[in-house]
Design a protein around this ligand. Structure first.
Ligand code: F6P
Length: 397
């Protein structure tokens, strides 16, 4: 990574090795997403044709440019489009390929308009199904059981709900059962939770920035965590960063925040109480939502623009959720796993915490014995299967 004298840059991850996880995402997952989106909407012939073209381009073709009148064409040119046009999707950085795939998918279905399909989220049916699932009711009802816990125990349960929600699985029931001395969640490969709490003490009255990842069953526990931190004055203000347009299937947009909040408020019990805290915090400005264009950039956060840098610099702590954001935070590279998290995030303009279940190859900040134990565990997919998680914090700004 540039500017980091102690840490020589590791190779950028590409999707060009058959059999590798990134390769399978480009070769199998992307075509499957095109199929699912196509089946979920009564699209017209133009959209079907554009989806056929995208499928052909990603499977056997090369990266094409954006239409001359695309509203974000200049932005994409600044993000490397001209350099990558005409190259194979497999030969450019994997992060870039994936990001651009979602941009092209939205183009194909007319999301950017003009026209009647402008603004229609092609992933909405999948997000909606998750939010509407009966299981979500049960998970929200389980919140009532947290009411008897101490503030610390509740904060921990909600933090783990947000963390494991990244696996689309609300973890607070699990965590609530285990509060106290027992370790509730195995499989944490790094746990800097106490450092995170030291940045957000009760009555600390700072600003929490949370960079969200997925909608639905990850965003709901993210919102619950924010509600708890605001209600207990561990944060006086919170800023929730979401995506300006649909991305990586389930990533949260402002529309998803609205749906999640309405779901909370309609749930009754403790969930609705949290929902009301958030609703009024939005009304008086203590909770703000941002949808910065860079949130959908195919680049690491190290290359963030000045206005975003200033926002993160002003935060007491920025909590970065999920796998994709982790890749962007540390750089999507084949780091040796013992590379210090503190070093690869040294460029970040303020204290930063990563809450992530492991769903791609990137990992930093492991101790050598932990790395050896994971490698010896017999399951070679510990990096990618979502069975492990981490809480990593760099406290110094
Ligand atoms: O929702 P998350 O935690 O960002 O995970 C998404 C991950 O899934 C992938 O799209 C691969 O399936 C990764 O590229 C990405 O890092």
């Amino acid at each position: 990574m540039t500017g980091m004298p102690d840490t020589p840059p590791a190779p950028v991850i590409r999707g060009d090795e058959p059999g590798s996880f990134p390769h399978s995402v480009l070769a199998e997952r992307h075509p499957a997403i095109i199929r699912q989106v196509r089946d979920a909407f009564p699209y017209g012939p133009g959209q079907h044709r554009a989806l056929d073209e995208l499928l052909a381009s990603c499977t056997e073709g090369t990266i094409g440019s954006l239409p001359a009148d695309a509203p974000d064409r200049d932005r994409w040119l600044a993000w490397g489009l001209a350099d990558h046009t005409g190259r194979s999707w497999y030969d450019v950085p994997w992060l870039w390929s994936e990001s651009y795939f979602y941009r092209r998918l939205l183009e194909a279905v007319g999301y950017f308009g003009p026209g009647a399909w402008q603004g229609i989220d092609p992933f909405r049916p999948f997000k909606r199904a998750e939010l509407d699932a009966a299981q979500t009711d049960g998970e929200l009802a389980a919140l009532d059981g947290l009411e008897d816990l101490t503030e610390q125990e509740r904060a921990r349960a909600l933090l783990h709900g947000s963390l494991w929600g990244n696996r689309a699985d609300l973890g607070f029931r699990l965590s609530a059962e285990g509060t106290g001395t027992r370790e509730p969640v195995p499989a944490l490969v790094a746990d800097d939770t106490e450092t995170l709490w030291s940045l957000l003490p009760p009555d600390g009255r700072g600003t929490l920035v949370l960079v969200a990842d997925n909608a639905g069953r990850e965003l709901v526990p993210d919102l619950l965590l924010i509600a708890h931190l605001l209600a207990g004055a561990r944060a006086a203000r919170a800023v929730l960063h979401v995506k300006p347009y649909p991305y990586y299937v389930s990533d949260a947009t402002t529309a998803d925040v609205v749906e999640a909040l309405r779901r909370l408020c309609a749930a009754g019990g403790a969930a609705a109480a949290h929902g009301r805290v958030l609703w009024s915090a939005m009304a008086d400005g203590r909770l703000a939502v941002r949808a910065h264009p860079f949130s959908c950039a195919p680049l690491p956060y190290e290359r963030m623009p000045g206005d975003l840098r200033a926002e993160f610099a002003a935060a007491t702590v920025t909590v970065v959720k999920g796998d994709l954001n982790y890749r962007r935070l540390v750089g999507d590279r084949w780091w040796p796993p013992t590379t210090p998290f503190q070093e690869v995030t040294g460029y970040f303009p303020g204290p930063v915490a990563a809450l992530r279940t492991l769903k791609s190859d990137v990992i930093t900040g492991l101790s050598a014995p932990d790395e050896a134990a994971l490698e010896a565990s017999g399951d070679r997919r510990w990096r990618t299967s979502g069975t492990h998680a981490l809480v990593q914090v760099r406290a110094a700004g």
